[in-house]
Ligand binder design. Structure first.
Ligand code: K7E
Ligand code: CUA
Ligand code: CA
Length: 643
């Protein structure tokens, strides 16, 4: 820490004189989280070298980090249809890591090594089952209402898969394909066990599905809407096995969970259960569906379920018609304006906020009242609505600052609106003097998701807001027809929102979370014992043959592989098992074989393997792809394939 302090002291002195040179419009006057001051006029004068849009409301906190200075937050970002997840440092916006998940990555060897293929799943010929993915929502595991740094999860909308990322290594360790659903979109982990209230950490992950499909989807019932359905899926957070599914009316968009663990919620559209585009938008209101998790699990225990097709997963009936009696209902349908999009739980644990999308409103639903309805103590489900207020055009997603304010993206208005939830409730209750809109900020352009630092936890700290703008237009150097998205950073520590930075990102992040850095403890070197195939001593390096199956046991130690050459015969099935015996942090080696589609890295004390058919006789220099040593370029072995 001492090192960092001195860097930031240095920054305080230096920044006063160099703010314009840094080209960071209007943010030069204050440094660090503790030094915010209202420098509006001075900032405007200093911003001649800055961006086209100067901050509207003064200086704001400085998001810039000096060389060697660490960020304050991890940003866990979805990578959209790149299929990956990304890690940014915030507030600087520096990209620290890309985590291959549903995509192939020839740097890491994801989709190439046997270990990654085992996670991805393979076809009978050994190739990955799917090669594409579309990640939207990243959420992390909880304990005591805040992040516990164990896992993050991300969905694949294309192939309905849920992936888990270990937050000690920032690598994907499990992928589960959900049965009988399509358009798996919203996900959210529970925040404590809904059944055993003594367990105060994440136990399950809930998954909504957007597209109706026939049950089973085997070509039989193509045009009969009554055979179609959408299933809400519960996955075990530890085993990653699917525990149960719940059939509901309509399509599910985003998912949120309550802090008491009892309820999950999903915004629903297409109440009409239409299977053609035009049939999906006739009803005036859709719903936010609440799932009573304990009751669903009891129904599963009691055998009150069906199964669909070949799947053995229990499917309970959560449709509206089957759940009219609150005392036994598994689900509650709270009516909201039609085609809602995001649903977010407020950090005070009291409210769920549904963004209207087609309606210019947000609906505030009170958790206590929903629980009261399930207990039969509320005669009308509509009484769960604490407020429904107008915000602007195209509300999509909402973040919180922990001080009672919500921040909602207005896609069509290209704006962030900051509004006060308590005032909105007063206004809705008839107090027309209640001013619930606190501030508006134009963003560039058309925001989808937004999130604030620690916003989805009891520790929402109201420091930073990131806005995922879908269009960057002319905000960055032109690079041809494809534009980057624009992640904008906003200082929300004061009354006014202050836009402080733009960051181009490769298409196309959706949701992200901003996690205080001390919540995450990484391991920087692997443990050799965690890998059954590890070669513990370079002296054990060898070539083993069983029929035409050949296994190469190999180690890397800078700057050499333990075998200088290895011989196989044409037609052999060759498995190379490579252990990186270097123990030093940041000493990664690579292993590439020309013409054989092999490339992957091994981190310190890690073991990985690849299997390929030696179908091309000749000499192939296997070489280290990852710069590791002054003799990195010399680090190679000769693969000899005899004819
Ligand atoms: Cu609004 Cu997939 Cu969360 Cu995109 S979704 S923005
Ligand atoms: Cu080993 Cu480069
Ligand atoms: Ca775009």
């Amino acid at each position: 820490m001492a090192k960092e302090e001195s860097v930031s002291d240095l920054s305080r002195r230096k920044f006063l004189g160099t703010s314009t040179m840094l080209g960071l419009a209007g943010i030069g006057l204050s440094t660090g989280l503790s030094a915010c001051k209202d420098g509006g006029a001075q900032a405007a004068a200093d911003s001649s070298a800055g961006a086209a849009t100067a901050p509207a409301h003064g200086a704001g906190h400085n998001p810039h980090k000096l060389p060697g200075q660490l960020d304050d937050y991890y940003g866990l970002w979805s990578g959209g249809h790149s299929g990956e997840m990304r890690v940014l440092g915030l507030p600087s916006g520096r990209e620290i890591k890309r985590i291959p998940v549903f995509n192939m990555d020839c740097m890491v060897g994801w989709g190439i090594t046997n270990e990654s293929k085992a996670i991805l799943g393979t076809k009978p010929d050994g190739t990955p089952k799917y090669m594409v993915g579309d990640t939207h929502h990243v959420h992390a595991s909880y304990a005591k209402g805040t992040y516990d740094g164990r896992y993050a999860w991300v969905n694949d909308k294309i192939n309905s898969r849920l992936a888990r990322i270990r937050l000690d290594t920032f690598e994907c360790d499990k992928i589960t394909e959900l049965p009988n659903v399509q358009g798996f979109h919203g996900i959210f982990p529970d925040k404590r066990d809904p059944v055993d209230q003594n367990v105060d950490h994440t136990t399950r992950v809930f998954c909504g599905s957007e597209f109706h499909i026939p049950h089973p989807n085997d070509g039989r019932d193509l045009e009969s809407p009554e055979k179609y359905g959408a299933l809400f899926t519960c996955v075990d957070a530890e085993t990653m096995e699917v525990r149960w599914q719940c059939k509901i009316d309509g399509n599910m968009d985003l998912v949120a969970t309550s802090y008491d663990g009892k309820l999950a919620a999903s915004n629903q559209y297409n109440t009409e259960n239409g299977i053609h585009y035009e049939d999906m938008m006739s009803a005036e209101r859709d719903a936010c569906v609440f799932f009573n998790i304990a009751r669903i699990e009891q129904a599963v225990k009691d055998g009150k379920f069906k199964t669909v097709g070949d799947s053995k997963v229990p499917v309970v009936d959560g449709t509206k018609a089957a759940n009219a009696d609150p005392k036994t209902a598994l689900t509650a349908y709270v009516p909201v304006p039609k085609n809602p999009h995001g649903v977010n739980a407020s950090p005070d644990a009291k409210y769920f906020i549904c963004a209207g999308k087609l309606s210019p409103t947000a609906t505030v639903i009170e958790l206590e009242k929903v629980l009261a309805w399930f207990d039969g103590k509320l005669d009308d489900i509509k009484k769960t609505i604490a407020a429904e207020v107008e915000l602007g055009l195209g509300p999509l997603h909402t973040a919180f600052d922990g001080r009672g304010n919500a921040y909602t993206t207005l896609f069509l208005d290209s704006q962030m609106v900051k509004w006060n939830v308590a005032e909105a409730i007063k206004f809705y209750g008839g107090d027309k003097n209640a001013k619930y809109v606190v501030d508006r900020l134009d963003v560039q352009f058309q925001p989808g998701h937004t999130n604030a630092s620690m916003s989805e936890t009891r520790e929402a700290d109201g420091q930073w807001l990131a806005v995922g703008c879908k269009f960057s237009k002319d905000r960055f150097l032109p690079v041809g027809p494809l534009h980057p998205e624009n992640e904008q950073l906003v200082d929300i520590s004061g009354d006014k929102m202050i836009h402080v930075a733009d960051h181009p990102v490769y298409s196309e992040p959706h949701d992200f979370i901003i996690v205080k850095r001390d919540k995450i403890k990484t391991r920087q070197v692997y443990n050799l014992d965690d890998f059954p195939l590890a070669l513990k001593d370079p002296k054990e390096s060898r070539v083993e043959r069983h029929g035409n199956k050949v296994t190469i046991h190999l180690a890397s130690q800078a700057p050499a592989y333990s075998l200088r050459e290895f011989k196989v015969k044409k037609g052999d099935e060759v498995t190379v098992i490579l252990t990186n015996l270097d123990k030093v942090e940041d000493l990664t080696h690579g292993f590439a074989i020309p013409k054989y589609n092999v490339n992957f890295i091994v981190n310190p004390q890690e073991t990985k393997s690849v299997t390929f058919k030696a179908d091309k006789p000749g000499i192939y220099w296997c070489y280290c792809t990852h710069f590791c040593h002054a003799l990195h370029l010399e680090m190679r072995s000769r693969l000899i394939v005899e004819r």
